[in-house]
Design a protein around this ligand. Structure first.
Ligand code: FES
Ligand code: FES
Length: 136
């Protein structure tokens, strides 16, 4: 499989790998898995009082496309409002990384992880839970 240069860049030099304090009220944690391939992605966001994402971290045990998708997602998340973050579509990741069709599901994992992290943050702060997509 030929990976695009952007995938190779994020795969060899992933941005924002790490962990935020999942017990903090300002941190939302998303943990999603792909039953088809067994890959697992954890993505966390830190949100300030103005509903702006000030930090994002991830850890992905998965293929190069999943690592690149989550690395890029954390870059995009920083500085965005929660609403802007919810609008991130997996196809935006696919386009930016030039993922081939067989790797689209890996970007879906990243979108699911973002939504799951936002949901965790919302529930922790007494807001209504999101309707999360059924994990694929
Ligand atoms: Fe499992 Fe890409 S093949 S996430
Ligand atoms: Fe790889 Fe869905 S099977 S992300």
């Amino acid at each position: 499989m030929a990976y695009s240069e952007k995938v190779i860049d994020h795969y060899t030099n992933p941005r924002n790998v790490g962990t935020l304090n999942k017990d903090s009220k300002n941190v939302g944690t998303g943990l999603v898995g792909a039953p088809e391939c067994g890959d697992v992605m954890r993505l966390q966001i830190e949100v300030n009082d103005d509903n702006v994402i000030t930090d994002a971290k991830f850890k992905t045990f998965g293929c190069g496309s999943a690592i690149a998708s989550s690395s890029l997602a954390t870059e995009w998340l920083k500085g965005k409002s929660i609403d802007e973050a919810l609008a991130i579509d997996n196809m935006d990741l696919v386009e930016e990384l030039a993922l081939p069709p067989v790797k689209i599901h890996c970007s879906v994992l990243a979108e699911d992880a973002i939504k799951s992290a936002i949901n965790d943050y919302r529930v922790k702060n007494g807001l209504e839970a999101l309707e999360l997509p059924k994990s694929h």
